[in-house]
Design a protein around this ligand. Structure first.
Ligand code: ISE
Length: 324
């Protein structure tokens, strides 16, 4: 059986998801697409039905499952619509723009009694992060006590507004740190460099571990994500973010991608295949709505630290049994 997928939003990520579904995913067919730019949707249709209204796409009989890749502020409403239709969705991060919205989504899914949403925190599928987690879980570095994260973009995307360095970028470190350490953050402290970029954010977890993250939105030299996990008996870190070294023009080294799509191409592909398989098997995988909720809640509180008291005690609320 092949899964009939509708894709909402055809910007940088939506176009990549569309390509992955068509070219590199087993067991899925794109039957419908939707974008605010109708001409663009028409150009990408290749036989898929083109919808102007995302809610009509979600309700359509042609669609069994949905990929939500429209702008951040629209995610919550579309995720709720998928739940209302009982349709599984892979929703790009962040799950929602506010704590209140993400809580509504969690409550709606809990009321349904089954997990239909997977949130696109794709780093959980990145081979380097996966290997780091295996090393830690296998006891190779002793008890993990510190995690250093570096998250640099060459230039902030042109659609960036307000505190998106936190709500759109740092949310990845909130999620991947929880996943790597198996712990939730309990405090966050924010330091801001002159001019507001980069940020240095430190968190303590409920297991007493420390997490430091540099979020640099305009690092200029390239897109660069790095992590080092420090344990009591060793460390594990990502090797250089390229698989080849080049000699030429009096230079020896590797290149950096311009943005996250090439760096995380494998992660996006593995995530998409895993999602399609998990819809078929009915066994939810990847980041859950609860994980999406936590990332949004922590991000919202980190933004309040950015705008005021520098250090915040984080409160997450109780995790429903559905996500145990
Ligand atoms: C972007 O939206 C992403 O999700 C990328 O993975 C992240 O590295 C980048 O900072 C975000 O703006």
């Amino acid at each position: 059986m092949t899964l009939a997928v509708g894709v909402i939003g055809l910007g940088v990520m939506g176009a990549e998801h569309l390509r992955l579904l068509r070219e590199e995913t087993a067991g899925a067919t794109v039957t419908a697409i939707c974008d605010a730019d109708g001409e663009r949707a028409g150009r990408l249709a290749q036989g898929a039905a083109v919808f102007a209204d995302p809610l009509a796409l979600i309700a359509s009989d042609r669609v069994q499952a949905v990929v939500i890749a429209s702008p951040d502020a629209t995610h919550a409403g579309l995720a709720l619509a998928c739940l209302a239709q009982g349709k599984p969705a892979l929703c790009e991060k962040p799950l929602a723009a506010t704590t209140a919205e993400s809580l509504r989504i969690v409550e709606a899914e809990v009321a349904l009694g089954r997990r239909l949403l997977q949130i696109g925190y794709m780093r959980r599928f990145d081979p380097a992060y996966v290997e780091m987690k295996h090393a830690a879980d296998a006891g190779m570095i002793g008890d993990p006590v510190l995690l250093h994260n570096v998250h640099r973009n060459a230039a902030a995307p042109d659609w960036f507004t307000g505190p998106m360095a936190v709500t759109n970028s740092f949310v990845h470190e909130i999620d991947i740190s929880r996943w790597l350490l198996g712990a939730d953050p309990v405090t966050a402290t924010v330091h801001t460099a002159p001019g507001g970029d980069p940020l240095l954010i430190t968190m303590e977890t409920d297991k007493g571990q420390l997490v430091s993250t540099e979020v640099f939105m305009n690092a200029r030299y390239g897109y660069h994500v790095h992590a080092q996990l420090v344990g009591r008996a060793g460390t594990v870190q990502m090797a250089q973010p390229a698989v080849t070294l080049t000699n030429g023009s009096l230079h020896h080294g590797h290149t950096y991608p311009e943005n996250w799509v090439p760096r995380f191409r494998d992660a996006y592909r593995i995530q998409m295949n895993d999602w399609v398989r998990s819809v078929a098997s009915g066994k939810a995988a990847g980041a859950s709505a609860w994980d999406g909720y936590v990332a949004t809640v922590v991000a919202e509180q980190v933004v309040s630290a950015l705008q005021g008291a520098a250090r915040v005690n984080l409160s997450l609320g109780a995790r429903p049994d559905l996500y145990a």
